[in-house]
Write a protein that binds this ligand. Structure first.
Ligand code: HEM
Length: 445
């Protein structure tokens, strides 16, 4: 007779919700559980058992298990609002095919074409901010990242109009809510906003096709992109895929850039080094991908920002097949996932993990097989963009925008935090300072 499966140790929390609140609001939850039960433990979430896995080897196990024994899972509200035709909600072979198709809009050659519109929008925002002097940066950066994404994805030529921004915010606010479709609920409002956004995307697609010009932005490249069998995305799916690109890239980049500004203001010596490097490598004139690639010091400051405050704290998965890990059995039907924030705060992987220290990446680069910081995702220990078959599709786009932003900020601005504000971090939906980051921007002398 075979022995019963050895399930991971752990606890279940409250009836129905389980340990949802602890997972969401206690930043030490993962570390505490690991200290109590080891790298494989069990919790419960909304009536489902969940395997909590910790450590680089377990992160790698999950990356390797994508489409084999785990798949992506989303709350009902997110699934309904994103729809079934998006990279985030597609699975298996279809997911892999769509990734190859969508990746055509994120190749190095495509990024070259994205830089000028990105640069002009960031530079214009920096001008406006300098003219105002003192401002809350988080909402400004939020508007900027949407403006850049809308220009590149929806072909907007002017600054994105306020109604569109508002619709997108309403849509995003409904993604993780109770899926009750009523006029007064966040979900109901999000559904109506989604309809308008999809209509806007349809109009952009139709106008582009009618113009007979494809263009070198995301919309143009995706209109021209072909699947492995030569087929292209239909109008409906193209609009939904573009909406998910907007969603996946917007809050994440906003969080990364806001926290970069905060950390630079808190660590003037690190910012001085970024400024000196920008003065040396690209002091004026149009930015180039080549020059941005030479900003090693800046890249380390950005990488350290994403280590300390990863915009995506964790990713959930559903086990589609029973698997074994470290002598325990994780049954099919359980939830699991990899935890980015906990990995980045593990003192056995990063000495003094709470300290902002861009130089730790200089050591990384020396020992890194590909000489690139982000290659460490493959070792399961530095993973702001995730890893495996679902590694962030927009990673190089995001890194380009972050470097362009850092360079244009450093060329022009001295940063001072307005005193007396609450800089403790709000973690949900993405980490950013509670105050909204009140900052004084003055011209660098
Ligand atoms: C997936 C992080 C920016 C598009 C992911 C994942 C992470 C991540 C951790 C994996 C989620 C999982 O395993 O379930 C980030 C961070 C960003 C960023 C930290 C900015 C600093 C962007 C941008 C875009 C984008 C700008 C689009 C232009 C996507 C898409 C996926 C994804 C489409 C889903 C990939 C798939 O399921 O195959 N991102 N992201 N991201 N990201 Fe990003």
């Amino acid at each position: 007779m075979s022995s019963p499966p050895r399930l991971p140790p752990g606890r279940s929390g409250l009836p129905f919700v389980g340990e949802w609140f602890q997972i969401l609001f206690n930043p030490r939850f993962g570390a505490d559980r690991r200290a109590e039960f080891g790298p494989v433990s069990r919790t419960r979430l909304f009536g489902k058992d969940m395997a909590l896995l910790a450590g680089p080897e377990n992160n790698l196990l999950l990356f390797r298990g994508e489409h084999k024994f785990v798949e992506a899972t989303w709350p009902a509200s997110t699934l309904k609002l994103l729809g079934p035709n998006t990279l985030s909600t597609q699975e298996g072979e279809l997911h892999m095919r769509r990734r190859r198709l969508l990746a055509q809009a994120f190749r190095p050659r495509a990024l070259l074409g994205y830089l000028p519109p990105m640069e002009s929008r960031i530079a214009a925002a920096v001008d406006r901010w300098l003219a105002r002097g003192e401002l809350a940066l988080y909402p400004e950066i939020r508007a900027l990242t949407f403006d850049v994404a809308a220009a590149l994805m929806m072909g907007a030529h002017e600054r994105t109009d306020a109604a569109l921004v508002h619709d997108f915010e309403t849509f995003a606010a409904g993604l993780f809510t109770i899926p009750a479709d009523l006029p007064v609920t966040a979900f109901g409002r999000a559904k109506r906003a989604r309809r308008r956004l999809i209509a806007h995307l349809h109009a952009a697609i139709d106008a582009r096709i009618a113009s007979g010009e494809t263009g070198q932005d995301v919309l143009g490249l995706l209109l021209a992109a072909r699947d492995d069998d030569g087929s292209k995305l239909g109008r409906e799916e193209l609009a939904e895929q573009m909406l998910v690109l907007l969603f996946a890239g917007h809050e994440t980049l906003t969080s990364g850039l806001t926290n970069f500004c905060m950390l630079m203001a808190q660590h003037p010596e690190a910012y001085a080094r970024v400024c000196a490097e920008v003065d040396r490598v690209t002091p004026r004139g149009p930015l180039t991908v080549e020059a941005l690639g030479r900003l090693a010091e800046t890249e380390r400051a950005l990488a350290e920002t994403l280590r300390l405050e990863p915009p995506v704290a964790a990713a959930f998965r559903k086990c589609t097949r029973t698997f074994e890990v470290a002598g325990f059995t994780v049954p099919a039907g359980w939830l699991t996932g990899y935890r980015i924030r906990d990995t980045h705060r593990d003192p056995s992987l990063f000495a003094e993990p709470a300290r902002f220290d861009p130089d730790r990446f200089a050591v990384f680069e020396e020992t890194c097989p590909h000489g690139r910081v982000h290659a460490h995702a493959h070792e399961g220990r530095y993973l702001p963009f995730g890893g495996g078959a679902r590694i962030c599709l927009g990673m190089e786009f995001a890194r380009l925008e972050m470097r362009a932003f850092a360079a244009l900020l450093a060329r022009r601005c001295a940063l001072t935090l307005v005193p007396g504000q609450d800089l403790t971090m709000k973690q949900v939906p993405v980490p950013r300072p509670r105050s909204g980051l009140e900052m004084r921007l003055t011209p660098r002398t």
